[in-house]
Design a protein around this ligand. Sequence first.
Ligand SMILES: [Zn+2]
Ligand SMILES: [Zn+2]
Length: 261
Amino acid sequence: MEATSLKHENIDDLEARRISKDWTLEGRNQLRDQILSALPGWYSPLAHFLFPGIFGVATVVVCCLLLRDLRSIELVTIPITLLLSNAIEWRAHKHVLHKRGPGPLAMLFERHTPMHHRLYTYETMEIRDWRELSMVLLPWFGIVSILSLQLPLLGLALLLGFRNVALLFMATSMFYTVMYEWMHMAYHLPKDSFIGRRPLIRWLAEHHARHHDPKLMQRWNMNVTVPLWDWLRGTYYRAPGVFVPTRLRASSSEPARAESR
Ligand SMILES: [Zn+2]
Ligand SMILES: [Zn+2]
């Protein structure tokens, strides 16, 4: 019986079960205490929250101020960059944060799957202490690293004479990164808080909370900001009994089974 059910199981489901088999509530509480007590005394959750926002918004403003003779066709860069960012978010979450990579990529995996996911599961998504933002937000230098990775592309676009396109690309991707940070934080705030009660946040938080179910985390709901790429790739999980478009049912292998395990 077990062999039959395993035969139909996706490799990602098996991986999720392997990673989370020792996750108990007591172990998770201990891990939370260990992480909080190991934080340096100078750690400020407010500064950690403000830095990416200030850096990102400042970059957007500077890029907009540097635009010259903007043509309407160049504005197409904005939706294209938003779509590209959504796809990269999906891919990086699935293949970097949920699979142990080589070198520094392993650190990103360790921070996300065995730590962030272990601390917060579908039933326990809420932070209890503001210092837990250290386990929810990207490291403070995350947004700077994302900007640095884009600099060669920006340089190439400038060399080729696409100044406005390059600036719009950078402004939009920084805006998206700030949105990622703020939305992810919102999903982990108490459900009865002012932000947690907003209907849009409640809907998106439910999408992200499903991803935090250890049985689903390796395969479902990989988008964090807006679940567009999840929908396009057929990884948008909905609980049994909730309407699922035919397209998604056809491209997924029985998500409801994961719910019952
Ligand atoms: Zn999360
Ligand atoms: Zn994840």
